[in-house]
Design a protein around this ligand. Structure first.
Ligand code: NAD
Ligand code: UDP
Length: 355
């Protein structure tokens, strides 16, 4: 299987992209308006799926990335596409361009290992980077989607977490660069909306998985699958009774598209995640079952500030976006396991990361 092969072709009719210029509006082969879109962080895991999806839909995509945790290979299948442009750029520096319709801000290291490895850069990316892109949105009078996170709830004391919950966040711990940075980014978005009328859309993404997650990102999905496929011990942190809710990346992309189409007055924040909650132990058992692996489970210390429970309340997403996840954990994991199997067949020595 080609690891960069898109999984979105089933959403759209087969077509080539022949835009025609009509009354100052670009249209695509689907008869829709061809939007000019920026995806910051587009060479990362989620960003690369979004680039693919929007290009298939008929949009023009500029992918901005500094390749800190992403990689050009994630979008290598798109580089010859006539309406795709990959630009190496760090969003902590301003980026100037006219004629943009939508900006998706996904740029930020997302896995605990990666953001804790470069905490100051992570805060700068969330705060200065988001500020720069909001300025660009203001200049272009365009829509702006902010990829926020369930981490804004910290180690939550309310279950499941609705958007109205203000969270329980350590302001200066090892996860703070990410949690507090993302909270500040949300605050900036709302201030640009109130002061300048920028049409911001804030999504709070819960644990998302799928093909192209980096092998060395240290996340539970990539670690367990790679450990299982390589016959290594599955490393359970703590007693494994902490919970997470796992959403397949295709479901998230659908949610992102839906919120981008809401009226300008709808800002969110909206939780996008799968409300099916699993302990990490149950999750490990599921991986062993689906991979057919005979790996053992071993217990390792729980990292500091590791949230004990996480589960999204998606009532708002259901009501406002008519959205809920459609891909089961089994189906999503099968796709993801197949991806990693292929990767290992090509290059067997993939190393995972541990704290
Ligand atoms: P990722 O690390 O694969 O992607 C992030 C991308 O941003 C990478 O390509 C990286 O190189 C790029 N980047 C980082 N700093 C940058 C900067 N200063 N300038 C330009 N590019 C920069 O992570 P992901 O899992 O794809 O996450 C994408 C977004 O979704 C992130 O903002 C993350 O906070 C958010 N999110 C993800 C999850 C998840 O489970 N994957 C959960 C909650 C929120
Ligand atoms: N985890 C684990 N073993 C691993 C990696 C992670 O037990 O090899 C646990 C981690 O401690 C956390 C959960 O799995 O409780 C999810 O971790 P991840 O890094 O994927 O995302 P988080 O939700 O913590 O940002």
């Amino acid at each position: 299987m080609d690891k960069n092969k898109t999984s979105y072709s089933h959403f759209f009719p087969k077509h080539s992209f022949h835009p025609c210029f009509y009354s100052y509006i670009w249209t695509n082969q689907n008869g829709g308006i061809m939007k000019h879109v920026i995806i910051a962080g587009g060479a990362g895991f989620i960003g690369s799926h979004l680039c693919e999806y929007l290009l298939h839909k008929g949009d023009r995509v500029i992918c901005l990335d500094n390749f800190r945790t992403g990689h050009p290979k994630n979008v290598s299948a798109l580089t010859n596409h006539p309406y795709f442009k990959l630009v190496e750029h760090d969003i902590t520096m301003p980026y100037m361009i006219k004629g943009i319709d939508e900006i998706y801000n996904l740029a930020c290291p997302a896995s605990p290992i990666h953001y804790q490895d470069s905490p100051i850069e992570t805060t700068k990316t969330s705060v200065i980077g988001t500020l720069n892109l909001l300025e660009l949105a203001r200049e272009n009078h365009c829509r702006f989607l902010q990829a926020s996170t369930s981490e804004v709830y910290g180690d939550p004391e309310v279950h499941p977490q609705p958007e109205s919950y203000w969270g329980h966040v350590n302001p200066n711990g090892i996860r703070s660069c990410y949690d507090v940075g993302k909270r500040c980014a949300e605050s900036l978005c709302m201030d640009y909306h109130r002061r300048y009328g920028v049409a911001v859309k804030i999504i709070r993404i819960f644990n998302t998985y799928g093909p192209r997650m980096a092998c060395d990102d240290g996340r539970v999905v990539s670690n367990f699958i790679l450990q299982a496929l390589q016959g290594k011990d599955l490393t359970i942190y703590g007693n494994g009774m902490q919970t997470r809710s796992f959403q397949y990346v295709d479901d998230l992309i659908q949610g992102m598209e839906r919120i981008m189409s809401t009226p300008d007055s709808f800002t969110g924040p909206v939780n996008l995640g799968n409300p099916e909650e699993h302990t990490i132990l149950e999750f490990a058992e599921r991986i062993l079952e689906l991979t057919g692996s005979r790996s053992r489970m071993v217990f390792r210390p729980l990292p500091a500030d590791d949230p004990k429970r996480r589960n999204p309340d998606i009532t708002l997403a259901r009501q406002a976006l008519d959205w809920h996840p459609r891909i089961s954990l089994r189906e999503g994991l099968q796709q993801t396991i197949a991806y990693y199997r292929n990767l290992l067949a090509e290059s067997p020595s993939q190393n995972i990361s541990r704290p």
